[in-house]
Design a protein around this ligand. Structure first.
Ligand code: FAD
Length: 438
C-alpha cells in the first residue's frame, strides 16, 4: 500500500469513528419526538468553554434539543493553542486564533461568563466566584491544565505573566513571546524548556522550536534555538530530527537548533529571572528570550472538587468519561486520564462527543453503544513541510485501545506529500474550529 493510500484509508476510518459517535444522535433524537422521555429534568452544566467544553455543549444540543445546557467559561474570547506556534513564528495573525461564543448562544446554549470556584457533588450544583449557583443532573468538567510552577525554582505564575512566558495557554502570553522574539537582536539565543510527560500537546514544543528556527533563518540568521528537555525522546522524534537536518543544519556546527535531552543533561531545576539564565544538569544557559513550559496537572477546579484523588489528573470511566470519584460529574479533555489518547485538542473534541452521547443516552434511558475516538496531530516543521501522527481508538474491556493498523506517522520525506500535509493541517484547523465554535 502506498503512503498516500494508507493515509486516505486512515481518513475514511477517521470518518467512521466520528460517524460512530454522530450516529448516536439518532438514539437521542428519539427523545426529541417524545418517545424516550424517561427523565423530566435534563440539566447539564459544563465547566470550561475550551475545546472539550464547547464541543460537548454543541453536541448535547444536537443530540437532544430538550437538554438544558449551561456552559460556564472564565473568558469572553478563546484563543486556540493550535496554530499559536504559527503566531509565535510570525506567519499568522493573532486574531486568526481567536473565537467567541455567539454561535453557541444562538443555538440555545446558555453561555455564562464567570469562574467556577466550587462544584458540590452531593447537592449537584456548581458555584461561581460571583456566587451564582447552577443545579445540574450531569456536570461536564473540561478545565484544561494548570502548571507546577514550583518544580522550577524561581519560576512562578507572576513571572510567566510578566517576563518569561510559557505560552502554553494561548492568549496574552502568546503575544508576549511573539513580541520578545521580534524585538530580540540578531545573534540572540531563544531557550525553550520543555516539560516531562504527560503534558498538553506532546509534539508542541518541537513545532514551536521549528517555527522559531524558520523565523530566525529568514529574519535573524545569526540567532540560535536551544531546547532543554527532561526526556530522552519525544513525539515524532525521527520526523523532527530529519526536518531539522534538512532545514536548519541540525547536527552541524552551523545548526540553528540544539536539542539537549535527558542523558545530555537537559533537565532544568532553576531560573534566574533577572538574567534569564536557567540551570540545567548540563550547566547554565543564558537566554535572550526564554520560554519555560512547566510540568503540568489538571486545572485547579479538578483539585478543588477532588476529582483527582492522589493523582495530578482525573480518572474516568472510559465509556462515559464519568469521574471514578464523583457520580454524575464527567471529566474530558486534557484534565482526564484517557491514555493511550494524547492530551490534544482533537482528543478533547472526540471525547466531548462520546461524553455528550453517554449523557444524552442516559438522560433518555437508552443504552450507550460502544464508542470510538479519533485523533490527528499535525506539526509544521518549516513552511511547506507538515507532518502528522494519527490514530483511531476503540473501547475494549473497559478501556480505550488503539485500533491496530489505523493511523500512523507521516512517511519518509517527499516534497509533494509534505506540502499537502501543511494544507491538511490548515484545513483541519478551519474544520475543527467550525465544529467547536461555529
Ligand atoms: C502550542 C500548542 C499547540 C497545540 N497544537 C495542537 C494541535 O495542533 N492539535 C491538537 O489537537 N491540539 C493541540 N494543542 C492541544 C490543545 O490545545 C489542548 O489539548 C486542548 O485545548 C484541550 O482542551 P480542553 O478542553 O481540555 O482545555 P482548554 O481548551 O484549555 O479549555 C479549558 C477552558 O476552561 C476554562 N476554565 C478552566 N477552569 C475554569 C473555571 N474554574 N471556571 C470557568 N472556566 C474555566 C478556561 O478558561 C478554558 O477556556 C496544542 C497546545 C499547545 C499549547
Amino acid at each position: 500500500m502506498t503512503n498516500i493510500s494508507r493515509r486516505d484509508l486512515l481518513k475514511s476510518s477517521a470518518v467512521t469513528a466520528a460517524g460512530a459517535t454522530a450516529g448516536l444522535t439518532g438514539i437521542a433524537s428519539a427523545s426529541n419526538h417524545g418517545k424516550h422521555n424517561h427523565s423530566k429534568s435534563k440539566r447539564v452544566v459544563i465547566v470550561g468553554g475550551g475545546i472539550g467544553g464547547a464541543t460537548a455543549a454543541q453536541y448535547l444540543k444536537k443530540m437532544d434539543s430538550d437538554i438544558d445546557v449551561t456552559l460556564i467559561e472564565a473568558n469572553k474570547n478563546y484563543h486556540t493553542c493550535f496554530m499559536s506556534n504559527e503566531v509565535i513564528g510570525g506567519v499568522r495573525p493573532m486574531d486568526s486564533i481567536e473565537f467567541n461564543y455567539d454561535k453557541l448562544a444562538e443555538k440555545g446554549i446558555k453561555v455564562v461568563f464567570g469562574s467556577v470556584i466550587n462544584i458540590d457533588p452531593d447537592k449537584q450544583r456548581v458555584i461561581t466566584k460571583d456566587n451564582k449557583v447552577f443545579s445540574y443532573d450531569r456536570a461536564i468538567v473540561s478545565p484544561g491544565i494548570d502548571f507546577k510552577y514550583d518544580e522550577i525554582e524561581g519560576y512562578s505564575k507572576e513571572v510567566s505573566e510578566t517576563s518569561i512566558p510559557h505560552a502554553w495557554k494561548a492568549g496574552p502570553q502568546t503575544a508576549m513571546l511573539l513580541k520578545q522574539l521580534q524585538e530580540m537582536k540578531d545573534g540572540g539565543t531563544f531557550v525553550i524548556v520543555t516539560p516531562p510527560n504527560p503534558f498538553r500537546c506532546p509534539p508542541g514544543p518541537y513545532e514551536r522550536a521549528s517555527l522559531v528556527a524558520a523565523y530566525f533563518k529568514k529574519h535573524k540568521p545569526n540567532s540560535k534555538v536551544v531546547i532543554l528537555d527532561p526526556k530522552e525522546k519525544f513525539s515524532k522524534f525521527g520526523l523532527f530530527m530529519d526536518g531539522w537536518k534538512r532545514h536548519y543544519g541540525y547536527g552541524t556546527d552551523k545548526s540553528i537548533i540544539t536539542w539537549i535531552g535527558k542523558e545530555a543533561g537537559g533537565t532544568v531545576s532553576k531560573v534566574d529571572v533577572a538574567t534569564k539564565t536557567v540551570t540545567a544538569e548540563a550547566g547554565e544557559f543564558k537566554a535572550d528570550v526564554l520560554n519555560i513550559i512547566p510540568p503540568q496537572k489538571a486545572g485547579p477546579i479538578a483539585f478543588e472538587t477532588d476529582l483527582v484523588g492522589d493523582l495530578d489528573w482525573c480518572s474516568v470511566d472510559h465509556k462515559t468519561f464519568e469521574s471514578t470519584i464523583h457520580k454524575n460529574i464527567h471529566v474530558i479533555g486534557d484534565a482526564s486520564i484517557a491514555s493511550p489518547m494524547p492530551k490534544s485538542g482533537y482528543s478533547a473534541n472526540s471525547q466531548a462527543k462520546v461524553c455528550a452521547a453517554a449523557i444524552a443516552s442516559s438522560l433518555n434511558g437508552v443504552p450507550m453503544p460502544d464508542p470510538s475516538w479519533v485523533n490527528t496531530c499535525y506539526s509544521i516543521i518549516a513552511p511547506k513541510d507538515g507532518v502528522s501522527v494519527a490514530m483511531v481508538y476503540a473501547y475494549k474491556d473497559g478501556k480505550i485501545i488503539k485500533v491496530k493498523g489505523s493511523g500512523g506517522l507521516t512517511g519518509p520525506y517527499n516534497a509533494e506529500d509534505r506540502k499537502r500535509e501543511e494544507l491538511y493541517a490548515h484545513s483541519w484547523f478551519n474544520n475543527i474550529t467550525a465544529d467547536i465554535f461555529g
